[in-house]
Design a protein around this ligand. Structure first.
Ligand code: NAD
Length: 242
């Protein structure tokens, strides 16, 4: 199974779960070399590490994905900024990682699976479904990932490749520190307090998810239990989009 953004958060939790469930080999991609190496060391299965940027075409050209049967297209960044104030460079930075990177990963996975089929899960977000102010680039990138997965499901079906997306609401991972205003709040109040207060605003269940809960849904969608599921977007958001 290929997993991008594997050094942290949802990607790392998915790698742990799939290894525990008996995955034969994991191909783990991340640009944080130190974190990836530290983390992967502990996994009880064969693993291949690819250190690099998912937006780099050369990375995918050189990657050996022989025998790939599963993929988690997951690397992404968080970002904020109102449309009226958003510099084009920031828009492009977010779209480049969250959408171009997802496209290149998906393309490499579908090519590698073309002769024997497989299953792919793409990490979108509830932000791709529900409109909120101040997250235009992130939300647009994730809405596009949901539609990309649907088109890929139709294109991949003849080759027995299933493609689904997940749309998590808030998840307790380091991604939030990439948004300057939230990083500042975390510095002042601590992570637990900030997650709790953000969840209390619009998440009916009153909490954010643990990355392990999202990993369980990814593993489910990858598994044969979902053998007839393709093109779906699986929302798990504590009721946020209701
Ligand atoms: P995270 O920051 O814990 O992990 C993301 C990982 O991706 C990091 O290890 C980072 O180094 C890696 N990465 C980022 N850009 C990369 C690139 N260009 N090339 C290679 N590696 C790259 O965040 P997470 O919350 O686990 O996020 C995983 C995915 O889940 C993202 O696509 C994110 O948008 C999505 N998501 C997160 C939440 C949330 O609340 N945490 C909610 C919905 C969706």
């Amino acid at each position: 199974c290929l997993i991008t953004g594997a050094a942290s958060g949802i990607g790392a939790a998915t790698a742990c779960l799939l290894a525990a469930q008996g995955a034969k080999k994991l191909i783990l991609v991340d640009f944080d070399e130190e974190k990836l190496a530290d983390f992967a060391f502990s996994l009880p299965c064969e693993r291949q590490l690819i250190v690099g940027d998912v937006t780099d075409e050369h990375l995918w050209h050189d990657a050996d994905l022989t025998g790939l049967t599963h993929a988690v297209v997951n690397a992404g960044i968080g970002a904020g900024g109102a449309i009226a104030d958003l510099p084009l460079a920031e828009w492009r930075r977010v779209l480049s990682i969250n959408l171009d990177g997802a496209f290149l990963t998906l393309q490499a996975a579908m090519r590698a699976m073309s002769s024997r089929g497989g299953a792919i899960v793409m990490t979108a977000s509830a932000a791709g479904l529900k409109a909120e102010p101040g997250i235009a680039a992130y939300a647009a990138s994730k809405a596009a990932v949901i539609q990309l997965a649907r088109v890929a499901a139709k294109e991949g079906a003849a080759a027995a490749i299933r493609v689904n997306s997940i749309a998590p609401g808030g998840v307790e991972t380091p991604i939030w520190r990439g948004i300057p205003a939230i990083a500042e709040m975390i510095e002042k109040e601590g992570e637990d307090a900030v997650f709790k207060s953000m969840a209390s605003i619009a998440t009916p269940l009153g909490r954010y998810a643990k990355p392990e809960e999202i990993a369980a849904q990814i593993a489910f969608l990858l598994s044969d239990s979902c053998g007839f599921v393709t093109g779906a977007c699986f929302v798990s958001d504590g009721g946020y989009t209701l």
